[in-house]
Design a protein around this ligand. Structure first.
Ligand SMILES: CC[C@@H](C(=O)O)C(=O)SCCNC(=O)CCNC(=O)[C@H](O)C(C)(C)COP(=O)(O)OP(=O)(O)OC[C@H]1O[C@@H](n2cnc3c(N)ncnc32)[C@H](O)[C@@H]1OP(=O)(O)O
Ligand SMILES: [Co+2]
Length: 137
């Protein structure tokens, strides 16, 4: 794992959360992006070499809608940057982690992503991220 790529925060209203995180960080978000496959609208703030990803549900079956219903708003996942996502998946499976999608799927902000079940990492949903263009080779 190279670094924390982003921290995902589940929010009920992304416009309201944008205002709060702009006040907190002292600057504007740099993009919004909807990823329909995940049922989320995202907003990204840079934070040093890492990012904050705000996530609002786009439908009632979204993992974000379910999370907020059960636990309320708050930290939803930690995403780690990796160079070779398929090798990391194999390594983590050997280590006993429960991989939720063996085949990387389209994420936001130019990434492909894999998730690990929170029950295999002490209650924390883990996301692995690789730059999508690396796969174009
Ligand atoms: C924008 C794209 C991408 C990016 O590029 O950054 C994203 O970040 S997308 C983010 C949204 N997508 C995902 O979260 C995909 C991965 N998540 C899942 O597959 C599911 O949400 C899940 C983790 C498998 C849970 O789904 P499910 O089992 O259907 O939900 P339950 O509500 O029944 O939960 C079971 C169990 O797990 C606990 N839980 C659920 N989510 C989390 C979480 N984020 N962090 C910690 N714990 C979580 C939940 O509380 C239940 O626990 P118990 O009640 O103790 O059984
Ligand atoms: Co994420």
């Amino acid at each position: 794992m190279n670094k924390i790529e982003h921290i995902g925060i589940a929010v009920a209203n992304i416009e309201e959360a944008n205002k709060v995180y702009k006040s907190l960080l002292g600057y504007e978000h740099y993009k919004t992006e909807t990823v329909e496959g995940e049922g989320v609208k995202t907003s990204f703030f840079k934070c040093g070499d890492s990012k904050i990803e705000l996530l609002e549900a786009t439908n009632e079956n979204s993992p974000i809608a379910k999370f907020i219903e059960k636990k309320g708003e708050g930290i939803h996942h930690i995403a780690f940057a990796v160079t070779d996502i398929e090798a990391e998946v194999k390594r983590l499976q050997k280590e006993g982690f429960r991989v939720l999608n063996e085949t990387p799927k389209q994420g936001a902000d130019g990434k492909i992503v894999v998730f690990l079940h929170p029950k295999s990492s002490h209650g924390v949903l883990v996301e692995l991220c690789q730059d999508a263009n690396i796969n174009d080779k």
